[in-house]
Design a protein around this ligand. Sequence first.
Ligand SMILES: C[S@@+](CC[C@H](N)C(=O)[O-])C[C@H]1O[C@@H](n2cnc3c(N)ncnc32)[C@H](O)[C@@H]1O
Length: 230
Amino acid sequence: MDKEIFSQVDKYISDLLAPEDDALTDTIKSLEKEGLPQQSVSANQGKFLQVLMIACNAKKVLELGTLGGYSTIWLARALPDNGKIITIEVDKHHGEVAQKNIDKARLSQKVDLRIGKALDLLPEIIAENGEPFDLIFIDADKPPYTEYFNYAVQLSRPGTLIVCDNVIRAGKVLDENSTDEKVQGVKRLNKMLSENKTVTATILHSTGVKEYDGMAIAVVNRIDPLHLKQ
Ligand SMILES: C[S@@+](CC[C@H](N)C(=O)[O-])C[C@H]1O[C@@H](n2cnc3c(N)ncnc32)[C@H](O)[C@@H]1O
């Protein structure tokens, strides 16, 4: 099967179930105009995040890696009126572009955009001692994914969903000798997930308009995971 069919089917699904409005298409256009990388989730992935949000009744969400705010807009739109999302971005320019896009989408009241390194800001969020998050989306730099995940668990409650993007990397995770630090970062996370007793996790791999990749999805256990073992 050639790659073209995956893009066409992705478009078929997004036309049906994840149509973009001006706020979303303008956000994607702003990336090019402002010199940001085209690394946003796809429309279908944005919709998938919304489905997860609604399934876990998410009112409080944390995102690592804002870029231009494309995924933030999908996430914020699935929040109830009193819902909030904190999104963390290290790059000031990315943050400025994202804030404009969030304002244009009329979501400023729901979005708390924080500029800084995730590894610096996460302990601050823990120190704030607020309510746990219902869903955490990890989509920042890949080498510290395991550390991000461990912080995410500390900010969770039983039932919280933790979603980590780009953990298959076009199948490069199969390469045992990969020296790519992004591949090494996600492999370390995937291995940790296989041993972690606090969460129940899987990886959904996917093709589409983007490169072949996958999202790890973990739910913080409500019950002893041992009963799930065969
Ligand atoms: C893949 S993009 C995020 C895409 C965005 N979630 C979306 O789908 O629209 C990754 C973003 O993480 C940011 N980033 C990289 N390292 C970071 C760090 N240490 N802390 C916070 N953000 C970081 C990058 O600047 C970039 O904007």
